[in-house]
Design a protein around this ligand. Structure first.
Ligand SMILES: NC(=O)c1ccc[n+]([C@@H]2O[C@H](COP(=O)([O-])OP(=O)(O)OC[C@H]3O[C@@H](n4cnc5c(N)ncnc54)[C@H](OP(=O)(O)O)[C@@H]3O)[C@@H](O)[C@H]2O)c1
Length: 261
């Protein structure tokens, strides 16, 4: 119960990795603010799951790419919760296609959510973390480090997010706030299945990735949630400005390192 009496807000926590992070922090005692963009029903289902764990939660709708929405959400947190201890920037959305075919609106949407909305959120979160030894965790993606087909836009936004994670660690450290990130490899979620071409495309993707993954399996949302909980705990106090790879070893692999038949 490392987070008893702590208040944690996780963006995009109505499903996937964000949901797993919310459930993990709640299981360790945190009171949770679920953020979602569209699907209120899914968000309320997570609130109910958290209540069944014996903790409390509220759901807040806010488009994290919209500065006014972001500020209104943190105002609501201030009024309803009185402060904030943990902020996890998890929400992402983009269009996966070659860079030469990215429309201007996709470029704006991806960077507004991953970079602009994140920074506006940090500006709103910091005053709520006064005297609370706050923790901020960003969720990046392996496309920031490896060129994946169609991932140029999100990958470059995530690379900028990792850079902001480093700078914010320096700027917020003197305020008692720790900032770190996680870079997940392939994690099984509805989105990773959809974006790799449905069940069949995903199965093929997994067949390609597994021989290059020392852990011998695809990641689960709970793998990312466990490391998020660690980064939000006092055990991680001396880790600052880092983005930790949670990829089962995938990134360190290359075609040359495939085991011989
Ligand atoms: N899955 C993977 O293999 C993988 C690998 C590396 C990195 N990641 C990263 O991990 C994070 C979570 O991934 P995931 O697969 O769990 O994603 P996901 O299933 O697509 O979940 C996205 C969540 O973000 C919310 N969201 C989307 N746009 C939003 C916006 N503008 N404002 C607020 N919320 C918004 C969604 O809410 P609604 O449903 O209401 O729209 C949903 O709760 C992302 O940052 C992703 O880039 C994932």
């Amino acid at each position: 119960m490392r987070f008893t009496d702590k208040i944690a807000l996780i963006t995009g926590s109505s499903r996937g990795i964000g949901r797993a992070i919310a459930l993990r922090l709640a299981a360790e005692g945190a009171r949770i603010v679920i953020n979602y963009r569209r699907n209120a029903e899914q968000a309320e289902a997570v609130v109910t799951e958290i209540q069944q764990l014996g903790s409390s939660a509220i759901a807040t709708q806010a488009d994290m790419s919209n500065g006014d929405d972001v500020r209104a959400m943190f105002q609501q947190v201030k009024e309803q919760c009185g402060g904030l201890d943990i902020f996890v920037a998890n929400a992402a959305a983009t269009s996966f296609r070659p860079l030469l075919r990215q429309g201007e609106h996709n470029i704006t949407r991806t960077f507004d959510l991953t970079i602009k909305g994140f920074l506006v959120a940090v500006q709103a979160a910091v005053p709520l973390m006064q005297e609370r030894k706050g923790k901020i965790v960003t969720i990046s993606g392996i496309d920031s480090l490896r060129a994946l087909s169609g991932h140029g836009l999100l990958g470059s936004a995530k690379a900028a997010l990792e850079n902001l994670t480093m700078y914010l660690a320096h700027e917020l450290g003197p305020l008692g706030i720790a900032v770190n990130g996680i870079n997940p490899g392939l994690i099984e979620t509805d989105s990773s299945k959809m974006y790799s071409g449905g069940e069949e495309g995903y199965a093929q993707y997994v067949r390609d990735v597994l021989p290059q993954t020392p852990a011998g399996r695809v990641g689960r949302p709970e793998d990312v949630a466990a490391v998020t909980a660690f980064l939000c705990s006092e055990d991680a106090d001396f880790i600052r400005g880092q983005t930790l790879l949670v990829d089962g070893g995938l990134l360190s692999s290359s075609v040359a390192s495939r085991p011989h038949a």
